[in-house]
Ligand binder design. Structure first.
Ligand SMILES: NC(=O)c1ccc[n+]([C@@H]2O[C@H](COP(=O)([O-])OP(=O)(O)OC[C@H]3O[C@@H](n4cnc5c(N)ncnc54)[C@H](O)[C@@H]3O)[C@@H](O)[C@H]2O)c1
Ligand SMILES: O=CCCC(=O)O
Length: 541
């Protein structure tokens, strides 16, 4: 069985074929990525050479941007310091990007603040057109952006291009919603007054993003922020800044004015502190770990900023005895192994009813065994590397903890023979709530199976966590679908479906998985303030 490639949104039929960027080769492009002349190398070297030649092509076509963006100008760190961006599949350095801090961030904030004065006054129709152009450019360059994602994040190329389309969809949706930021007229309780509600952009937004979706987690913030009239200072993850920089370049080409989108990266806490301290930043939108989210929430209190947090999950995936086995296996594979298990909505605990447990465990192991692991540029690969050595060590330690407490590895369970950050897709049985992998996100290709007897027990196990992002259930019983969906303490529930993310639906969690929603019409509200205007001295006739 092949895992579904994540491709949530069809490519717009209106996509225009826009010219390839032809910019000067980049000075910060790492020389080690250039293909070396010589005779035919061994297979492992060929895989590496494939990445190298992709990087070289991206560099010569101007997609490998390696400077920050402040006020529309490509900028180095003021002290010249850089950090390395690695390819997680090969360990090679792809590029050196600026190691920016507080000073660069303050300049980016000032530039966003200046740009806000004009961008917030641009008509919604005009903002919509710019966003639509940005969407078109991203889709037109889905191959290059997908290649960048595979290079710096590791996911298989097809899945990476799927992320580009998914990421672009948030901009397209925001372009459409820009025209529908309606206010209200409230019937007045007094005859000489008229009451109005206006929705206005919140101001400068600090948008901090993780490495697991280098494009989509940024466009999901920047699209609606710009649509509402806000301007942004984006901080991508230092592990994956290249996709963000290329997308920001396309935003300039789309006519989004200089200063409306700024990108800084480097010293995360210095950048975060500058964003939090600035009274000009009126909103922080963050996707990442719960630990960092809590710090930002506390820091935002100093200047009472609006804040949205998309934090970690611990998704239960409940398989009832009455589930359609094929549907349950397909859905579980899709939610568990997307991005090699590195998504916040990946199933973290697969809770299986005792009547179907053995059959499910064996069918899942058979399916997982067929998934090809390797460099994301290699045809047929469905599982790329984990992001870095720390991620591999985390998965190993969770497995050690589980097996020392009685869990049994049915498949995989160790580093992959490919080395680097590759890990074998793993199925592990007899997992219980005492084990680390039940309490925290594994964030890797490990499917832990937990056994249960009754519906009440399944709900209790599923809700026994501080997280509340996504949950899944597989059943053919309609009443049970509703009953259990209502009982699950989660922001998102997939019933007989493992891939639930789309730009048209609200994405977000409850409990310690966060605050606010992204995507959909609800995601727009995060970037708007409500103003009540009371018009007095009106005629009562
Ligand atoms: N709920 C969601 O929508 C969602 C989506 C994707 C990822 N995630 C979560 O993100 C985590 C994985 O991503 P990660 O490892 O990049 O998370 P992370 O919290 O380590 O980093 C996220 C971002 O925050 C930055 N950061 C770190 N410390 C900071 C500080 N003191 N001030 C300001 N910024 C700081 C990082 O540089 C990065 O850009 C997982 O827990 C995953 O579940 C959640
Ligand atoms: O990792 C979290 C985001 C994944 C998604 O948007 O489906």
């Amino acid at each position: 069985m092949r895992m579904a490639v994540v491709r949530m949104v069809p490519i717009s039929s209106g996509t225009r074929n826009l010219r390839l960027l032809l910019c000067r080769p980049n000075s910060h492009f790492a020389d080690s990525m250039l293909p070396h002349p010589g005779s035919t190398p061994p297979l492992s070297r060929q895989i590496s050479m494939k990445s190298q030649s992709v990087a070289a092509r991206l560099n010569s076509s101007g997609f490998l941007r390696t400077q920050g963006l402040i006020a529309g100008k490509w900028t180095d760190a003021y002290d010249g310091k850089t950090i390395k961006v690695h390819n997680p599949a090969t360990g090679e350095v792809i590029a050196n990007v600026p190691c920016m801090g507080g000073k660069e961030t303050n300049d980016a904030i000032s530039s966003a603040y200046d740009a806000f004065k004009s961008w917030s006054k641009v008509t919604a129709a005009e903002r919509s057109k710019c966003l639509r152009k940005w969407f078109d450019l991203i889709v037109a360059h889905k191959e290059e952006l997908g290649q960048l994602i595979t290079l710096e994040q590791g996911k298989p190329l097809k899945e990476a291009i799927g992320e580009v389309i998914y990421g672009a969809s948030f901009i397209e949706f925001a372009a459409e919603e820009a025209k529908r930021v309606y206010g209200d007229i409230i019937p007045s309780p007094l005859p000489d007054r008229r009451l109005f509600v206006l929705k206005q952009p919140v101001g400068v937004v600090g948008a901090i993003a993780p490495w697991n979706f280098p494009l989509a987690m940024i466009t999901r913030k920047v699209g609606p922020a710009l649509a509402c009239g806000c301007t942004v200072v984006v901080k991508p993850s230092e592990l994956t800044p290249l996709t963000a920089l290329a997308a920001a370049d396309l935003s300039l080409q789309a006519g989004i004015p200089p200063g409306a989108v700024n990108v800084v990266m480097g010293n995360a806490s210095a950048i975060g502190d500058a964003l939090l301290a600035s009274p000009e930043v009126r909103k922080i939108t963050f996707t990442g770990s719960t630990a960092v989210g809590k710090k930002l929430m506390a820091g935002a209190a100093g200047t009472v900023k609006k804040i949205s947090l998309e934090l970690g999950g611990n998704a239960p995936c409940i398989i009832f005895d009455d589930a359609d086995l094929d549907v349950a296996i397909k859905g579980t594979l899709a939610t568990k192994f997307r991005n090699s298990g590195q998504t916040c909505v990946c199933a973290n605990r697969i809770i299986v009813q005792e009547g179907i447990y053995d059959k499910f465990a064996s069918a899942l192991s058979n399916a997982v065994q067929k998934m090809q692991v390797g460099d994301g540029f290699h045809e047929g690969v469905l599982q790329g590397p984990l992001i870095n050595e720390a991620a591999v060590q985390k998965v190993e330690s969770f497995l050690d903890d589980a097996t020392s407490k009685g869990a049994k590895v049915l498949l995989g369970g160790k580093r992959h023979s490919l080395g680097m950050n590759f890990f074998e897709p793993t199925v592990i049985a007899d997992v219980n709530s005492e084990m680390l992998m039940s309490r925290e996100e594994v964030f890797g290709p490990v499917a832990p199976l937990v056994r249960f007897k009754t519906e009440e027990e399944a709900i209790r196990i599923a809700n026994d966590t501080n997280a509340g992002l996504a949950a899944y259930l597989f059943t053919t019983n309609m009443q049970r679908s509703w009953r259990v969906s209502e009982a699950l303490e989660y922001g998102i529930v997939g019933v007989n479906e493992g891939l639930v993310s789309t730009e048209v639906a609200p994405f977000g969690g409850v409990k310690q998985s966060g605050l606010g929603r992204e995507g959909s019409k609800y995601g727009m509200d995060e970037y708007l303030e409500i103003k009540y205007v009371c018009l007095g001295n009106m005629s009562s006739n």
